[in-house]
Design a protein around this ligand. Structure first.
Ligand SMILES: NC(=O)c1ccc[n+]([C@@H]2O[C@H](COP(=O)([O-])OP(=O)(O)OC[C@H]3O[C@@H](n4cnc5c(N)ncnc54)[C@H](O)[C@@H]3O)[C@@H](O)[C@H]2O)c1
Length: 334
């Protein structure tokens, strides 16, 4: 499906984090719809290194990009010598997805250096190449502010959220000096869909709960899950937002959600309906403090300036996802 009149054929497109969930979906979107586009993935891929929370330092996985025909550049956004590899190219479009995407990494130094410092490099690269730059911000910038979450009212509550907030400020300041550039940030809410499996424990609750059910285990939910509501958005709608951001009528940061909050309990109910099961739910206490209890994206500006219109309800997204969810059951992670 084409979302804009822009012809990406014969354009140089850089996707950082292209071996990850959202980045790989973007790469395949361009490959399918603009076969003559030149697509470059820049990603450090996964190593065996972990953070103190036990999660991998990066989740990029070659399996996410099996079938991708463009160029893959293995590099780390923290290393100048790796970034310099990109100086061999001039990009028309940069989609900057690479980041520590794990919201529960609390090492402030490493989160800030990885997510923020590198962003300055990509802003300058966009200026040099006169590229359109679309980057991933996050709903985590809102912390636990009440719904609906609205652009301009942010209060991050963890290093990850703060790093994305700092990127938004940096982009805004950079644009004051470079008003002719097109730089658009997208605050993704809770994204789910094919390509997230290799995010391991940081993948969405949709796939985690589905795999519990498919393994014939009781789906596990926090106590009071019917009252924990989030704005879950299907990957195809996130791709739509990224593409439409290239045509945005205004620079700035925009929310990417459905605008409709749904509960974790509803995810289980929809999954059980789709999978034809009726397993009892096992409830357990929520161990987290600073947990977002209610998110609902205010997408009025996204509608107005990007013509963004989410197409998938939670029911539609899960239905579209279920074949992939089954396919990924018990796939070895390594
Ligand atoms: N998925 C969501 O629900 C969600 C929500 C809000 C924001 N985001 C943001 O969207 C972007 C993409 O998220 P995702 O869900 O695809 O996560 P992901 O972890 O699957 O993708 C991130 C990619 O970046 C790569 N990467 C990490 N550190 C790197 C480094 N130092 N150098 C080079 N590459 C590096 C990883 O290998 C991975 O392939 C991230 O910036 C994330 O913070 C995602």
């Amino acid at each position: 499906m084409l979302y804009t009149d822009i012809d990406f054929n014969n354009k140089n497109i850089l996707i950082t984090g292209g071996a990850g969930f959202i980045g790989s979906n973007l790469a395949f979107y361009f490959q399918k719809n603009y076969p003559n586009s030149r697509i470059y993935i820049f990603d450090c891929f996964r190593s065996e290194e972990t953070f103190s929370n036990g999660n991998l330092k990066s989740f990029g996985h070659y399996s996410n990009i099996l079938g991708f025909k463009g160029d893959v550049i293995a590099g780390n956004i923290n290393y100048q010598e790796d970034l310099k590899l990109l100086d061999n190219y001039s990009f028309d479009f940069i989609f900057h997805q690479a980041a520590i995407s794990d919201t529960r990494v609390y090492d402030q130094e490493v989160v800030m250096k990885t997510n923020v410092n590198s962003f300055f490099w990509f802003l300058n690269k966009a200026r040099k190449d006169n590229s359109t730059l679309v980057y991933a911000s996050s709903a985590a910038t809102y912390g636990s502010l009440p719904s609906p979450q609205t652009i301009g009212h942010e209060l991050p509550e963890n290093p990850y959220g703060f790093s994305k907030y700092a990127m938004d400020c940096m982009a805004s300041n950079f644009l004051k000096d470079n008003p002719g550039l097109r730089v658009v940030g997208l605050k993704f809410f809770n994204v789910y869909g094919p390509g997230e499996y290799f995010k391991n424990k940081t993948s969405s609750m949709v796939i985690q709960l589905a795999h519990q059910i498919l393994n014939d285990n009781s789906p596990r939910l926090f106590e009071g899950s019917e009252k924990i509501l989030r704005d879950f958005i299907f990957i195809d709608d996130v791709i739509q937002a990224n593409i439409k951001a290239c045509d945005s009528r205004k620079n700035g940061v925009f929310n990417v959600g459905t605008g409709i909050p749904r509960s974790f309990q509803e995810i289980v109910d929809i999954l059980q309906n789709e999978l034809g099961t009726n397993l009892p739910v096992e409830y357990f206490p929520n161990p987290y403090t600073g947990y977002q209890m209610h998110t609902q994206a205010d997408i009025s500006l996204t509608r107005k300036y990007l013509d963004f219109e989410p197409k998938y309800s939670l029911e539609d997204g899960i239905k579209a996802y279920i074949v992939n969810i089954k396919k990924m059951l018990n796939v070895p992670i390594s």
